[in-house]
Write a protein that binds this ligand. Structure first.
Ligand code: 8Y4
Length: 276
């Protein structure tokens, strides 16, 4: 059936919302969630998220924040590999957030089950590396590059343009030999989007569904929630819960979040009402 995501060693049933816990391996102090090069802390955070009910973990060592220092390939690999090894048998699928084909290859060889690429496999060779593996991929929309994307985001119809982009990247992935049952898509909240664009995408999220492909969304702690509530990064969890509940109502199936326990609680309530 549709909505089963083949994800490396796992087949995930995405008929129900899946929770993907964020394990941030950057030095990002602004978001307050970066473990930098401390693999032990990062592994323990991942294990805690599994205990809290995460269905998958997203490991990222490449900072996407505008103006963030560029992370070298070597540094990205040095930070990812020990954490992949440490979490390899944690029981849930391991996603790796990277845009670099060489990092993808090494991460998959080390045991990653999924590639989460904010550049939607646009780098030369990226499509082929995922195609040659059993790894799933998340194809995300971004306007511009992380350095410049928030300078002046512009769309005539943000929903139509994001949908068209995702359809094009799904077609490219399929042509490269990645089966549809290994692909999920993501509108990329905050990636070259104003608050108004993000709200429009959330309101009309159902229009972004590609039949049979799980829709992944990530709004956890993001600026859009800060603008709506006036709250600092660490205080945005309730706003994030509301945003992700609304997203699930509109068809989202994988939620990329920092707050796994709270998100699982919210999903338990959603599920009870939907299943009744
Ligand atoms: C505080 C904490 C403020 C984190 C902002 C942030 C997405 C993603 C990111 C997403 C997919 C982030 C890697 C941005 N966002 N991957 N990655 N979808 N698929 N910012 O929305 O979390 S990083």
């Amino acid at each position: 059936m549709a909505e089963n995501l083949h994800c490396g060693r796992f087949v995930l049933n995405a008929e129900r919302p899946l929770v993907m816990g964020i394990v941030n391996l950057t030095d990002d102090s602004f978001s307050g969630d970066g473990f930098g090069a401390n693999a032990v802390l990062a592994i323990n955070r991942g294990l805690q998220m599994v205990e809290q009910g995460a269905h998958m973990l997203d490991l990222g060592a490449e900072s996407t924040r505008p103006g963030a220092e560029v992370v070298s390939l070597q540094q990205e690999v040095d930070r990812l590999l020990p954490v992949i090894e440490g979490l390899r048998y944690c029981g849930v699928a391991l996603s790796v957030d990277t845009s670099k084909p060489e990092v993808m290859r090494l991460a998959i060889n080390a045991g990653a089950d999924m590639i989460n690429d904010i550049a939607a496999l646009s780098a030369p060779g990226a499509l082929d590396i995922v195609a040659a593996s059993q790894a799933a991929v998340c194809l995300m929309h971004m306007q511009g590059t992380p350095e410049t994307m928030q300078a002046n985001p512009h769309y005539v119809d943000v929903v139509a343009e994001v949908a068209e982009f995702l359809a094009e990247r799904v077609a490219a992935a399929e042509i490269a030999g990645i089966p549809l049952n290994r692909i999920c898509v993501d509108p990329g909240f905050g990636f070259g989007k104003t608050l108004e664009h993000n709200i429009e995408l959330l309101r009309r999220l159902a229009e972004l569904r590609v039949p049979g492909l799980p829709l992944l969304v990530g709004m956890s702690r993001k600026t859009m929630l800060g603008l709506l509530t006036g709250r600092a990064t660490a205080e945005r969890m309730p706003a994030g819960i509301a945003a992700h509940v609304l997203a699930v109502f509109r068809g989202a199936r994988i939620l990329r979040v920092h707050d796994v326990a709270a998100t699982r609680d919210a999903m338990a309530v959603v599920q009870a009402v939907e299943d009744y």
